[in-house]
Every structure is written in structure tokens, then in C-alpha cells.
Design a protein around this ligand. Structure first.
Ligand code: ADP
Ligand code: MG
Length: 705
């Protein structure tokens, strides 16, 4: 029997359902401007279609760009395709995700996140370097994919317009798992739908009894997941297991428990199959090192059962071969706008029924499978919605509205959305842009707004960076912005003794930074590590993630490059005559005055943005022990569990935000609705000012408020 090597992937790819349709698929792309391609997950859309187009000569005039909503998917798939095309990653086949560009002059097949494509559209609206754009995973309905979809429809629907500024027409292929295809085709001028025939095997789904509507605690369902996994391992025939959980820490604790318990399992020999001896446990989440991610796709050693414990990434973005059993927690981590705190928050929520079907489907790709839902029927009926709400209808739109405005789309309400966001969300975005001085009262992008749009950061953070640059102290803010853009840098060991040691090291870093300021601590960590002779050893010694810091160094360089490019143009200059040691916090206020809180009774704080939400300092903040000494503070983010926690914060003086806070109440969102529709005329502006003067209220915030 021949040994299966990596290079057999060519033969492997011929076995994929898409291979049968190769010629007609290429023809369909040739024949149309827009094309919708649908097929079951794992049929070969993401890895094969770009290769077919490459072979058919589509790269003669320009590149093939393929978007993914998730950065890990973009990277992993590009690696796979580079392998299949037998080239070095970054040459002919490459990828680009936020802060990581692995492409070169010669790259013709480029995988990227949808956010990266949106940035490219900003720089070159007709995408003149591309011959084909493939929007992948459209059924995920990520915010950026939805916006790009609208822009492509707007710019390329009309054939005359479609070639404007281009020497040849652009082809747009929209790929989706089998969902909402009619709607997609109708949206894209009733374009053709190309369907990849694929056979799905039956999957039997069973409900558990332990998890009901009230059992939403992570530790509760993680325990149940572990128990179910071991049950499946000991009682089911050979076949790999895929477990769905919500995020890194949960996945790691599930894997730890599995490791511990698996050793004590009395493995049963199955009469039909003698290979069930051991369990190979593999975690899989977005921020995992890439070399570990590759293991997921390798077949397990003979006689061993593979068990991948993953986030939703394994639902449709990436297909793992050999999965026969699914264990579904019923939860997912999702970014949602929380009106109570007025911010977007990553929260753990029940998945939709539709999503649960997708997850189950992963077990029936190559043979019949089983799906074990750990939740009961009551949970299914009362907690799980039918469909997942598209991101555009549940998150803050500030950044995309600014992008649209910069692209000349003034009428942000009548923009072609596949599903319209609520008008209130658009108005909120405009209000925030106005507060950050990114647009004026007429909805026109200001000079500052044009600078802000260039940064792939949260707009408030960009505002603070720009403030610092105007004052000539960008060296303070750029490292902080970089550190806030990478995953958590502080290691929190599970062992209590080690935890104590880590806490002490972290506290020392805080003291070194002057104490009482989480942002300054980030700056100190960045600078201390960077100036160290052996930075990785420094990290180990201080219980800091070296990988996250390495990334932060690279992010800082990239942000600096953007800034240098912008500084060549006329850049506003300001002066600061306060105390130099307060400069960092002062600049932060320019972007974080929307996140101001003041100590209320006891140890809790109250936000000042009009929501008056009661918040607590998260125990991971180095300031959590000093609550009593704090009065006014600004914070970077919020976590909601049974309480609302703020994380990464620093104290400020009321005077610093005194003039900014009224901005939070200056415009009523509804006053912005004409701004949302189109640019406001002089006449309307006068009417508005008059109305405003008549309604003017006393200052909302003063020192005694
Ligand atoms: P689709 O996009 O239709 O869901 P894909 O093109 O992602 O399908 O997957 C096609 C096949 O390629 C699957 O069998 C999958 O397991 C395999 N594959 C994709 N990425 C990798 C990888 N990084 N390593 C090994 N196999 C992979
Ligand atoms: Mg795919």
C-alpha cells in the first residue's frame, strides 16, 4: 500500500465534490459579473475554486482575491493552497490579515480577511489590481462582508460603470454554505446560482438532560461536555470527535479535564473495531500558534481517536476530515451591542437552531454520524433563536459608517444592505463620529476623520493616537494602542502558588510604571521587554506572553508607518502646557471620554455617558485593589457576567473631560437622521440650529453631578 504523503493532496482534491463541476464552474465565472456558488461545507469551495480560476488564466490581468471573515481561516487556507500548488507561502499564494501581510509582488492568489478588502476598497474603489473577487463564507454574515457586498453591488452592477477606471471587467463570486441563496442572487441583480452537488450522510441528533435554560455557567456546561466526550469515547465505534465550545479559556479547561480523566477511563474494546484505545485531545481556537493548528488536520495515529475541541471556527470555515461525532455545547461567543453599557461586548450566548444544524452537519460529511447536544429540549425551544442575527444588526457601526462616508457614500441609510441595520444603530454611529470630530454637523468627513479612517483600530483609540501625534508624544500612545490590539499579554496560571508569583511580578510592573494606571503598565511592559537583551526570557520571568508581545512590536511598527505616511500631509499641531507625567492620560481622554466613570457609593462606579450604568473594576485590573482611592476614571473595555466589569483603566482629573463630556449629550441621535440620509443643506442646518437653541438644556455634567 502506498504511503499517503502531503503531495498526494492533488489526488485528494480530485475526490472533492467540486472537482466534478470544474469545467462548468470556470465557464460560469467567465459568463457572469456576479455569481453565487453554493455547496456543503467541505465540498472544496475555498481551497479549490481559486486554483481552478488560476489554472483557467484568470490571473493574466490581475489577482484573485478571496475573503474570509476569520483571520485564522485566511491563514490556514492560504497555507493549504500554497501546499497544494507546491509554492512557498507568500509568493504565488499569500494572505493578508490585520497587522500581518504575507504577500509579495508575485502574489496572484490572495486570501484575506473581509476587513482587509474593505481597506483596499478605500484606497482603490475599483480594485484595479484584481480580476476576480471571491467573497467567501457569506452565510456567516459578518459586518465587513455585508458592507463589501453592498459596495460591490453598488460599484459593479451597471456594466458601463463596472469598467470605469479599470481596463477589464471585475468578476465577483459570492460563496456560501446552502443558506439564503435566493436572497443573495436577488440582491446581486438576479445572478446565476451555481450549486455544487454534494451528498450528506444522515446525522442522528440526541438531546441531553443535564443542561437546561438556567445552566448557563461555563463551568457547568464544560463539565457536561467532558462527561459526554468520555461517554462517546468509551461507548461509540471508531471515528473522530469534534467538540464545540466558545473560547480559549473554556477550551483549555475542557482539554485539561479530558487529559486528567481520559487516563482513568477503562477503554472498552469494540467487537467491530479494535482501534479505540486512546484519545488524542487537540484544542483549536483563533489565537493558537499556527504550527499547533496544523496538527488538527493530520489524521490521528493508527488506533487512536482524535478529539478536536474547537470554537465555532470548525462549524463552516474549516473542515476537519474524519469527524463522525459532534458534541455541541449550544453556546457561542458573539460580539453584541449592549445598550445597558452603550458598548459592544463579547458575550457567550446560545447558538441559533440553524447554527446547531450546521454543527451537526459536520458529522455527516463522509459517512453517517451522530450529534450529541448536551442541552435539553427545553433549552432548544426556549433559549435558541431560529436564525443567527447578522452582525450588522447587532454591533456598533462607527467604523464602517466612517469608511462609507470616506468612500463618498453620504446617504448611509439608503446604502444597499443585504439586511438593513436598524436606523438607530446608524444614528448612534454618526453620533459617535461627531463626538470624535470625525464628521461635522452636516455629516461631512472632517480632516481628522480622513486621518482616522486609515487606522485599523477602535475609533476612540485612533482619536487618542492622533491627539498624541498632534502633541508630538506618539511614542507614548503607539505602544499602548499596539498592546490593546493584541490578545491579553498577562499570563494567569491555574496553579494558585504560581498565580501568586505571577501577581507579584505584574504588580511590580505596575509600580514601575508609576502605579494606578493599567495603560501605563502596558507601556512599561512594552518598553521594558523591547529594551531587554533577551526579550523572550524577560517575558518568561515576568509572566508575560512572549508571542503576544512579539505581535505588539510588529503592530506598533505598522501603526508608526501609517502615521508617518499621514504626517507627510498637513497634520494638526497642538500644544500641552500641563504636567508632562500626565500626558499619556490626557491624550487617552481625547478618545475615551465616551468611557468615563465616577466612583459612586461604596466600591462601584457609574458611567457618565448618559446610560448611568453601574460598573465594577475587574479583578484582573491592577487597580482593583485601590478602588477607594479612585474617583474619576476612564476604561478601555467591558465584560458582562452576572455583573458589569470594566477592564484596563486609569484615573483622570475631571477638568480633562469637563469640556468633552457635554459632547456626549450635545446631539440627539434623531437630529442626525437627515445627516444619515444625505449631506445637509444650509437651509436645513439653520432650521436645526434654531430647534437646538430652543431646546437647549442646562449642562448635563458638572463637578457635582
Ligand atoms: P469548503 O470551502 O467547500 O467548505 P474546503 O475547500 O475548505 O471546502 O475544504 C476542502 C477539503 O480540503 C476538506 O476535505 C478539508 O478537510 C481539506 N482542507 C482544507 N484545509 C486544509 C488544511 N489546512 N489541511 C488539510 N486539509 C485541509
Ligand atoms: Mg469554505
Amino acid at each position: 500500500m502506498s504511503k499517503l504523503t502531503r503531495w498526494d493532496s492533488k489526488d485528494e482534491s480530485k475526490r472533492l465534490p467540486i472537482y466534478q463541476t470544474k469545467a462548468s464552474l470556470i465557464q460560469a465565472v467567465k459568463d457572469s459579473t456576479f455569481l453565487v456558488v453554493i455547496g456543503e461545507t467541505g465540498s472544496g469551495k475555498t481551497t479549490q475554486l481559486p486554483q481552478y480560476l488560476f489554472q483557467a488564466g484568470f490571473c493574466k490581468d490581475g489577482k484573485i482575491g478571496i475573503t474570509q471573515p476569520r483571520r485564522v481561516a485566511a491563514i490556514t487556507v492560504a497555507q493549504r493552497v500554497a501546499e497544494e500548488m507546491q509554492c512557498t507561502l507568500g509568493r504565488q499564494v499569500g494572505y493578508q490579515v490585520r497587522f500581518d501581510d504575507c504577500t509579495s509582488q508575485g502574489t496572484v492568489v490572495k486570501y484575506m480577511t473581509d476587513g482587509c478588502l474593505l481597506r483596499e476598497i478605500l484606497a482603490d474603489p475599483v480594485l484595479s489590481q484584481y480580476s476576480v473577487i471571491v467573497l467567501d463564507e457569506v452565510h456567516e454574515r459578518s459586518l465587513n462582508t455585508d458592507i463589501v457586498l453592498g459596495l460591490l453591488k453598488k460599484n459593479f452592477s451597471n456594466p458601463a460603470q463596472a469598467t470605469k477606471g479599470r481596463s477589464f471587467p471585475l468578476k465577483v463570486v459570492v460563496m456560501s454554505a446552502t443558506m439564503e441563496t435566493e436572497k443573495l442572487s436577488a440582491f446581486l441583480d438576479n445572478c446565476c446560482i451555481f450549486s455544487i452537488p454534494g451528498k450528506m450522510f444522515p446525522v442522528t441528533c440526541t438531546f441531553g438532560s443535564a443542561i437546561g435554560p438556567k445552566d448557563t455557567e461555563s463551568t457547568t456546561y464544560v463539565k457536561e461536555i467532558v462527561k459526554t466526550t468520555l461517554d462517546v469515547h468509551t461507548s461509540e465505534m471508531a471515528g473522530d470527535i469534534l467538540v464545540f465550545l466558545t473560547g480559549q479559556s473554556e477550551i483549555e479547561s475542557a482539554c485539561d479535564l479530558l487529559f486528567k480523566k481520559a487516563e482513568s477511563v477503562d477503554y472498552r474494546y469494540d467487537v467491530h473495531d479494535q482501534t479505540v484505545e486512546g484519545l488524542l485531545i487537540l484544542p483549536f481556537y483563533g489565537s493558537m500558534p499556527t504550527d499547533q493548528q496544523r496538527q488538527i488536520f493530520q489524521p490521528p495515529p493508527a488506533g487512536i481517536r482524535k478529539c478536536v475541541v474547537a470554537t465555532n471556527i470548525a462549524a463552516t470555515s474549516l473542515t476537519i476530515n474524519g469527524i463522525k461525532y459532534i458534541i455541541d455545547s449550544g453556546f457561542v461567543k458573539q460580539l453584541n451591542h449592549n445598550s445597558r453599557v452603550g458598548m459592544d461586548i463579547l458575550e457567550v450566548v446560545p447558538i441559533s437552531k440553524n447554527e446547531a444544524q450546521q454543527r451537526a452537519g459536520r458529522a455527516g460529511r463522509t459517512s453517517a454520524g451522530k450529534c450529541f447536544r448536551i442541552y435539553n429540549k427545553e433549552f432548544w425551544e426556549h433559549c435558541m433563536p431560529e436564525y443567527t442575527v447578522p452582525e450588522i444588526q447587532r454591533t456598533r457601526l462607527t467604523a464602517v459608517v466612517l469608511t462609507l462616508k470616506c468612500l463618498g457614500v453620504h446617504d448611509v441609510i439608503r446604502f444597499p444592505y443585504l439586511d438593513c441595520p436598524e436606523e438607530r444603530f446608524i444614528l448612534e454611529a454618526l453620533k459617535q463620529l461627531y463626538q470624535f470630530d470625525a464628521i461635522d454637523r452636516r455629516g461631512r468627513v472632517t480632516r481628522l476623520g480622513e486621518l482616522m479612517v486609515e487606522f485599523p483600530l477602535y475609533p476612540g483609540l485612533t482619536r487618542a493616537v492622533l491627539k498624541a501625534t498632534s502633541l508630538g508624544c506618539q511614542d507614548l500612545l503607539l505602544p499602548v494602542a499596539a498592546m490593546l490590539s493584541v490578545e491579553n499579554i498577562f499570563i494567569r496560571p491555574g496553579d494558585p502558588d504560581k498565580q501568586k508569583e505571577a501577581d507579584e511580578k505584574h504588580r511590580a510592573l505596575s509600580t514601575k510604571s508609576g502605579g494606578m494606571n493599567d495603560f501605563a503598565t502596558l507601556l512599561t511592559v512594552f518598553q521594558s521587554c523591547k529594551s531587554s537583551d533577551r526579550p523572550s526570557a524577560w517575558c518568561k520571568d515576568n509572566w508575560v506572553h512572549w508571542r503576544a508581545l512579539k505581535l505588539a512590536f510588529s503592530v506598533e511598527t505598522q501603526l508608526r508607518e501609517i502615521l508617518l505616511r499621514l504626517q507627510r500631509k498637513d497634520f494638526p499641531i497642538e500644544t500641552f502646557d500641563g504636567n508632562k507625567s500626565e500626558l499619556l492620560r490626557w491624550c487617552l481622554c481625547a478618545g475615551y471620554f465616551t468611557n468615563v466613570a465616577r466612583r459612586s457609593v461604596g466600591k462601584v462606579f457609574c458611567t457618565m455617558d448618559g446610560n448611568g450604568c453601574i460598573v465594577n473594576i475587574h479583578p484582573s485590573s491592577l487597580l482593583s485593589e485601590q478602588k477607594a482611592e479612585l474617583d474619576w476614571i476612564i476604561f478601555h473595555d467591558v465584560i458582562v457576567t452576572s455583573r458589569v466589569y470594566i477592564r484596563t483603566l486609569c484615573p483622570i482629573h475631571y477638568e480633562w473631560v469637563k469640556d468633552l463630556l457635554p459632547k456626549l449629550h450635545e446631539v440627539n441621535v434623531y437630529e442626525l437622521s437627515s445627516v444619515a440620509r444625505e449631506e445637509v443643506t444650509d437651509e436645513e442646518m439653520i432650521k436645526w440650529e434654531k430647534r437646538k437653541a430652543a431646546k437647549r438644556q442646562p449642562e448635563v455634567c458638572n463637578e457635582d453631578a
